[in-house]
Ligand binder design. Structure first.
Ligand code: RFL
Length: 406
């Protein structure tokens, strides 16, 4: 919950137009847009710079999001180094079925690991655009959000002193477990969906086993293969929620992956050391509205979407484009239209992606549910993707985030 601002010994707290809480893709993009327009802001990040530049997570960026970054001068290294994908492959019934989405839409998926994007965005914000950022801050709290002079307080990691910063707007970009979510008032509506399944998320020090994303639908459970660069591959294995990652030995992981992703006429997977092994309990939530007084939520702070359809970072970027542009409109031209429509505009894409993730979850997990009726309807859905041009076009549009006029 938001709290009234505390009294500090200093008679006049600092003041900046915008405090951005969180230096993930959402917060750093907002900060960069503000700095490009000459608007001062302060970014507060709980972790160190080294940590956020290495934290492995997403890898797939949709073409509209790449374009949005490039339009704001944030696409340089990405455009040079990202791989462009034009197809994915479904494996079921012991066969591989290639799905060529670029042929259907003219659009690509861009594969660029999230730590690289975060590294680019921090460098551009702090080192090129001269933006102010404090790493390692502790005990961040938001105050007076319903007033026109909100504030953020935090503890400096070096001195241990508490600081209070007054601002016009707070951008709450601190993810699923940050201070912004803790500050939500009772009027916030939080819609949740629990899939009741887990995914063992793995990062393997191994070259991708083929140049496209693979989805394995197997009676034992789903498995996924996502290229993350020449020497790195992300894999997923469906498992019970809350499962113990240590119960998955190296040998058990690779034999499950080989089995669930195996297909006739396809070589076995290239195995390697497992660098990361964690269980994700698959769930989603949406906070509505995304604005509370002077607090504007963006990214995972406002909505979580399980990595089923690789949508979370894309949604975070969409919010950040809209919020950054809207704050610039308000603070440089006194134009309130962007901020007024912010929540409504973001939530259209959010709900569209939430729905698609749920639809895709049934495709991934329906066969292993243990219910032969559900397995039958799932296989029918899958086959339809390869026999009906209308079904394949609809899937391609949603997979690439190109459906609907956002
Ligand atoms: P982030 O990236 O979580 O950044 C929030 C930042 O806030 C900091 N923080 C605080 N700072 C100050 N004070 C506090 N109290 C704070 N509490 C937290 C954190 O340290 C952090 O630096 O949120 P943001 O910017 O909204 O970005 C969201 C994305 O990171 C997330 O949606 C994606 O990673 C989801 N996701 C994927 N999305 C895609 O679009 N494509 C993918 O291929 C994809 N793969 C994935 C994923 C997420 C995964 N995990 C770990 C859940 C794969 C995985 C395994």
């Amino acid at each position: 919950m938001t709290s009234p601002s505390p009294h500090f010994n200093s008679p006049s707290p600092r003041r900046v137009p915008v405090v951005v809480v969180g230096a993930g893709p959402a917060g750093l993009t907002v900060g960069n847009i503000l700095r490009a327009a000459g608007v001062d802001c302060l970014v507060l990040e709980a972790e160190s710079r080294e940590f956020i530049e290495r934290r492995p997570r997403a890898g797939v960026i949709e073409e509209w999001a790449v374009r949005g970054l490039a339009q704001r001068g944030l696409g340089g290294p990405l455009l040079e180094r990202a791989e462009r994908h034009s197809e994915c492959e479904f494996r079921f019934d012991g066969q591989g079925y290639r799905f060529r989405y670029t042929e259907l839409t003219g659009l690509h998926h861009w594969v660029y690991p999230q730590p690289l994007l975060v590294t680019d965005l921090v460098r551009e914000y702090a080192d090129v655009r001269g933006g102010e950022i404090r790493f390692g801050v502790r005990d961040v709290r938001l105050h007076d959000l319903d007033s026109d002079r909100p504030a953020v307080s935090y503890t400096d990691p070096d001195s241990g002193e508490r600081h209070l910063v007054r601002c016009d707007f707070v951008a709450g970009c601190d993810g699923a477990r940050g201070a912004s979510r803790a500050a939500l008032p009772p009027r916030a509506r939080i819609s949740r969906h629990d899939y009741g399944i887990g995914w063992l998320a793995l990062l393997a020090e191994a070259p991708p086993s083929c140049d496209r994303v693979l989805f394995g639908m197997h009676p034992d459970g789903f498995a996924g293969h996502m290229p993350r660069g020449p020497e790195l591959t992300r894999y997923y294995l469906q498992c019970p929620p809350g499962d113990d990652p240590d119960a998955w030995s190296h040998d058990r992981v690779w034999s499950a992956l080989q089995r669930r992703l195996g297909a006739a006429d396809r070589p076995p997977l290239t195995e390697g050391r497992l660098l990361e092994k964690r269980v994700l309990d698959m769930h989603n939530y949406v906070v509505e509205p995304m604005v509370f007084g002077r607090l504007f939520l963006a990214g995972d702070a406002a909505h979580l979407v399980a990595p089923i359809a690789a949508k979370g970072m894309n949604l975070a970027l969409n919010d950040a484009f809209l919020l950054g542009d809207a704050l610039v409109g308000q603070l440089t031209k006194d134009d309130a239209a962007g901020l007024d429509g912010y929540s409504r505009e973001c939530l259209r894409r959010v709900w569209d992606y939430e729905e698609f993730s749920e639809w895709l979850s049934e495709i991934y997990h329906g066969i292993s549910h243990g219910d032969s009726y559900r397995a039958g309807t799932t296989l029918a859905r899958l086959r339809r993707l390869f026999t009906s041009p209308t079904a394949s076009a609809a899937f391609a549009e949603q997979y690439l985030g190109a459906a609907g006029a956002f």
